[in-house]
Design a protein around this ligand. Structure first.
Ligand SMILES: Nc1ncnc2c1ncn2[C@@H]1O[C@H](COP(=O)(O)OP(=O)(O)OP(=O)(O)O)[C@@H](O)[C@H]1O
Length: 283
């Protein structure tokens, strides 16, 4: 495991398994499946994540890359408690001194972790934003969840956040459904950052955007990381996005991490045949 020298562990994930479907005697354990496949031929259950280990260090951007269906979204959605894991452990160094498995704490504690320690930006803004709330209202929702109730303070923080992502403050009371795709992503980012979370999860946030809009969103992510020192997990099928953002990268295939290391190293000297394929397709 490569650890950025001098950096401190923030999030540690061990043996995360996520199965969709009931499972059967054939696929009781993902290791029972043949040919490194992750779909059970008998019952159709899919092991979306198999024994996944992740180490996220303070202030770094960790990239997760892999083809469609490799389990990237399932991993971050499990970390954000959108989906329950089948088994595994995850600890956050600033939560109970890194001694509590966040997957097995109470629903109330999970809400606390979501509201105070994490932010999530989804590929689909409809998942991350309430389109019937104004942009300011969306930010307010996250602020209220993390204990800010004073209306004046909420509007002030919302203005500050919107300004930061270059949305004119005058549009704070507009519904984000009337915004362009790039603007919606920027509102999502400001909402996710509202509570100053130490961990930000970003799932394919630039997919589907025009190249120039994509570049602006990527610049914004980098500037937020520099300014706030937030640790990020950035999921993308696009190695170009990962190259621009990530210090270290995990490569996933059929639910498994098949390679990991410094992003430059992976790009220059990919070891796994699948990573070689990904890198060559980028050239
Ligand atoms: N709600 C679900 N029910 C059943 N199977 C699911 C569900 N969500 C994901 N899967 C399956 O889990 C596997 C991993 O999906 P996941 O969305 O995590 O992959 P991904 O790498 O993020 O792909 P993409 O980039 O296309 O979203 C896929 O085989 C997918 O069909």
């Amino acid at each position: 495991m490569i650890q950025p020298s001098g950096d401190t562990h923030l999030l540690k994930v061990r043996n995360l398994n996520k199965r969709f479907g009931k499972g059967c005697t054939h696929c009781h354990s993902p290791n029972d499946l043949k040919n490194n496949d992750n779909r059970c031929p008998k019952c159709g259950s899919v092991w979306a994540c198999i024994d996944v280990n992740v180490d996220l260090y303070q202030g770094e951007i960790l990239g997760i890359v892999g083809e469609s269906g490799s389990g990237k979204s399932s991993l971050v959605k499990s970390l954000y408690f959108d989906d329950a894991v089948t088994s595994g452990e995850a600890t956050i160094s600033t939560y109970h001194d890194g001694k509590a498995n966040i997957f097995s704490v109470s629903a109330q504690q999970k809400r606390y972790i979501r509201n105070y320690m994490m932010g999530m930006v989804y590929q689909n803004p409809w998942l991350g934003l309430k389109m019937s709330f104004s942009s300011g209202g969306n930010i307010a929702e996250k602020l209220i969840a993390s204990g800010t109730y004073h209306v004046g303070n909420i509007r002030e923080r919302a203005s500050e956040l919107l300004l930061h992502v270059e949305i004119p403050v005058g549009r704070m009371d507009e519904l984000p459904k009337n915004f362009s795709g790039g603007m919606q992503q920027r509102v999502q980012i400001s909402k996710a950052m509202a509570n100053n979370p130490p961990i930000l999860l970003l799932d394919e946030v630039t997919t589907g955007l025009d190249l120039s809009v994509q570049a602006k969103v990527l610049d914004l992510i980098r500037s937020i990381q520099r300014e706030f020192g937030v640790s990020m997990i950035v999921v993308s099928h696009d190695l170009g996005v990962i190259r621009m953002l990530a210090d270290r990268t995990l490569v996933m295939k059929s639910g498994r991490v098949v390679e990991q290391g410094l992003t430059d190293q992976i790009l220059e000297d990919p070891e796994h045949p699948y990573t070689q394929l990904l890198v060559h397709s980028l050239l």
